[in-house]
Design a protein around this ligand. Structure first.
Ligand SMILES: *[C@@H]1O[C@H](CO)[C@@H](O)[C@H](O)[C@H]1NC(C)=O
Ligand SMILES: *[C@@H]1O[C@H](CO)[C@@H](O)[C@H](O)[C@H]1NC(C)=O
Ligand SMILES: *[C@@H]1O[C@H](CO)[C@@H](O)[C@H](O)[C@H]1NC(C)=O
Ligand SMILES: *[C@@H]1O[C@H](CO)[C@@H](O)[C@H](O)[C@H]1NC(C)=O
Length: 336
């Protein structure tokens, strides 16, 4: 039965061999695509995990954490324990920052409101102030602390600067003593300086007065000497290793911008009345004071008129005219 039949030996071929070449190609492509898919999924998983970890370590104050009140929980206490400042100073500061923030606002919508919202909402500007800032709050606090320190009794062996500061403060605060002394001391000082013409009246001798001597006396006693020429010793702006004598225009009793408006200006008028009032309190005759201090004010207005306005004083290079004292002596007085 088998003899005439052409025997084709057909081995049971493998599944792969039974496929057409087209099917083989498609199968290979599918496998590759699946492998790529799996590796992408793994990579995505790793990236997501890392992102989560960094958000937690670097930005524990993100808005979401705040609104959900989970700041403490989001601290990576085990990951990077040394990078977290837990000193009382840090904790108090962090608490202040949080207190000023308004976490109900999304920082991406309004960052200012997010970071400062509660400070604005909870801060009242007192009547004696025109503004309040986080810095002015700290400054007020510092002044209170200084006052407490200065008001403490002087201790034994306390360094001299502290003793003097405490004594000065005490003297300034003793109103009884201030009232008791009245004008006696200051009148004595004025007499020592050569007297105030408006108080001296007919006893004043113009010829006896030397303004340079007055400058020496004022300086020695610790008073300002900047009434005709501003004079100071300071660091050379162009060479900080040396000091220079700094000469500048007079410092005026009222700003130049007001003085040059003349006697009709409201503020200049008030300034003029203030001068007369002070002289009268010191015992001057009102009529004499009005006349003499008008001359004095006219002189100050002239000084203001030859002073440089602020807008011409912005260029430090232009105001820097270094010279030796010999060169200064040779300087023509009319040079600007
Ligand atoms: C103020 O000065 C008066 C008079 O010298 C003195 O008796 C008094 O103790 C002083 N008061 C204070 C608080 O220092
Ligand atoms: C700065 O001043 C010092 C001391 O007078 C001087 O030795 C130095 O040469 C000056 N430097 C310059 C750059 O002028
Ligand atoms: C200021 O100076 C200018 C020019 O020297 C002069 O014309 C003007 O009258 C002066 N003004 C006053 C208020 O002295
Ligand atoms: C400042 O003054 C100097 C010297 O007078 C001058 O060379 C310079 O151009 C001025 N700078 C400006 C910005 O005006």
């Amino acid at each position: 039965m088998t003899s005439g039949v052409k025997q084709t030996v057909i081995k049971n071929p493998t599944w792969w061999k039974r496929r057409t070449s087209m099917e083989r190609a498609l199968t290979l492509i599918s496998i590759i695509v699946i492998l790529i898919g799996i590796s992408l999924a793994i990579a995505l998983g790793i990236v997501l995990y890392k992102t989560k970890a960094t958000t937690q370590t670097d930005a524990p104050f993100n808005a979401e954490a705040l609104t959900h009140g989970s700041i403490i929980n989001s601290y990576p206490t085990e990951d990077k324990p040394n990078e977290l400042c837990l000193t009382p100073g840090c904790i108090h500061t962090a608490s202040k920052v949080l207190e000023f923030m308004d976490p109900s606002v999304d920082p991406c919508d309004d960052f200012y409101q997010f970071s400062c919202g509660n400070f604005i909402k909870n801060t009242n500007i007192p009547d004696d102030k025109s503004s309040v800032t986080t810095f002015s709050v700290i400054n007020d606090q510092l002044e209170e602390q200084l006052r407490t320190m200065i008001e403490e009794p002087i201790k034994e062996n306390e360094p001299k600067p502290f003793v003097l500061t405490k004594q000065l403060y005490k003297a300034c605060m003793n109103k009884t003593k201030i009232e008791e002394i009245g004008l006696t001391d200051i009148k004595g000082i004025i007499k020592d300086f050569g007297g105030w013409p408006v108080l001296e009246g007919d006893n004043w001798k113009d010829g006896d007065f030397d303004w340079r001597q007055a400058v020496y006396k004022f300086r020695k006693a610790g008073y300002s000497v900047d009434y005709l020429i501003d004079f100071s010793v300071g660091i050379d702006l162009k060479n900080s290793t040396q000091r220079i004598i700094d000469l500048d225009q007079a410092s005026l009793g009222l700003r130049r911008e007001f003085l040059i408006k003349g006697l009709e200006d409201k503020l200049v008028k008030a300034y003029s009345e203030y001068m007369v009032d002070i002289a009268v309190i010191f015992g001057a005759d009102k009529q004499r004071a009005t006349k003499e201090l008008k001359d004095s004010l006219d002189f100050e207005i002239k000084l203001a008129n030859i002073s440089l306005p602020n807008e011409e004083r912005r260029n430090a290079t232009a105001l820097y005219n270094a010279m030796t004292i010999r060169q200064l002596l040779l300087l023509d007085i009319s040079t600007k």
